[in-house]
Design a protein around this ligand. Structure first.
Ligand code: DGL
Length: 272
């Protein structure tokens, strides 16, 4: 039986678009509703209580759009507020477990780096999950609080000195420790992949949570008999809690003319 309801994807802002892009490549027949909490971003420097409250509201917003599955395309929510899943009437997936499974499969020397927001790294969810699957692993973690503002400012280029120097400083210690795999634990970071690759070098494999999540989501929908069969054009709706230049810029880079200021609607998340 086909399930024609859309998949709901949310993030604190624009980072989740990197995940949606990967999901769409693997599940081109699915419809989506995306919510980016651009009015309250960043989540990564907020308390656990606030992140949990926001995650609950974001999920509730998507449920109003009759979604069949919710993806928290946000490393911070997936680390701190994964319990939100227990309260939901539809299945839920975060981006921590999926990335960890890929990292554990990828590493050859058992030395895995994790970068993310302050809240994600302080929570330690990635490290706990890695050690469950690979108890002898060495896990090197680093909060990278300047990466999100750089992305929001549109500074992603490897040729930009400030971006490169920031990446070098954040990655220095884990590179010295010999990591061969690096989890991009924040969904903003794939936009910095070029510079991170350049700084980390060819011997370090980057794990993009969007790719890992998309593959797992397809498996899950297939196993649950929830795929949408191709008989009509799928739809894509985008909502934000504030219209920001940063969201429009990244949306245009990732989705081109498919998304513009008219197709993105503003939602009042405080009324949820
Ligand atoms: N995209 C968010 C994440 O993956 C980062 C931005 C934020 O701090 O809200 O954690």
């Amino acid at each position: 039986m086909a399930d024609y309801r859309p998949i709901g994807v949310f993030d604190s802002g624009l980072g989740g678009l990197t995940v949606l892009k990967e999901i769409e490549k693997i599940l081109p027949d699915e419809s989506f509703v995306y919510f980016g909490d651009t009015g309250r971003v960043p989540y990564g420097n907020k308390s656990d209580e606030i992140i949990k409250l926001y995650a609950r509201q974001d999920a509730k917003f998507l449920l109003k759009h009759n979604v069949k599955y919710i993806v928290a395309a946000c490393g911070t929510v997936s680390s701190v507020a994964i319990d939100t899943a227990k309260e939901l009437p539809v299945p839920f997936m975060g981006v921590v477990e999926t990335a960890v499974m890929d990292a554990v499969k990828t590493t050859k020397n058992g030395k895995i780096g994790v970068i993310g927001t302050e809240a994600t790294i302080n929570n330690g969810a990635h490290k706990k999950e890695i050690l469950k699957l690979l108890p002898d692993a060495t896990v090197c973690t680093k909060a990278c609080p300047l990466f999100v503002p750089l992305v929001e400012e549109g500074l992603f280029s490897a040729s930009d000195g400030i971006v490169k120097e920031t990446a070098e400083r954040y990655l220095r210690d884990m590179l010295k420790d010999g990591i061969d795999t690096l989890i991009l634990g924040c969904t903003h970071y794939p936009l910095l992949s070029d510079v991170i690759k350049e700084v980390a070098g060819d011997s370090v494999k980057l794990i993009n949570t969007g790719v890992s999540t998309a593959v797992k989501l397809k498996d899950e929908l297939t196993a649950r008999g929830m795929l949408r069969e191709e008989n009509s054009e799928p739809t894509k709706s985008f909502f934000v809690s504030d219209r920001t230049v940063a969201f429009s810029r990244v949306a245009k880079i990732l989705f081109g003319s498919e998304i513009n200021d008219i197709s993105v609607k503003v939602a009042d998340i405080s009324k949820i």
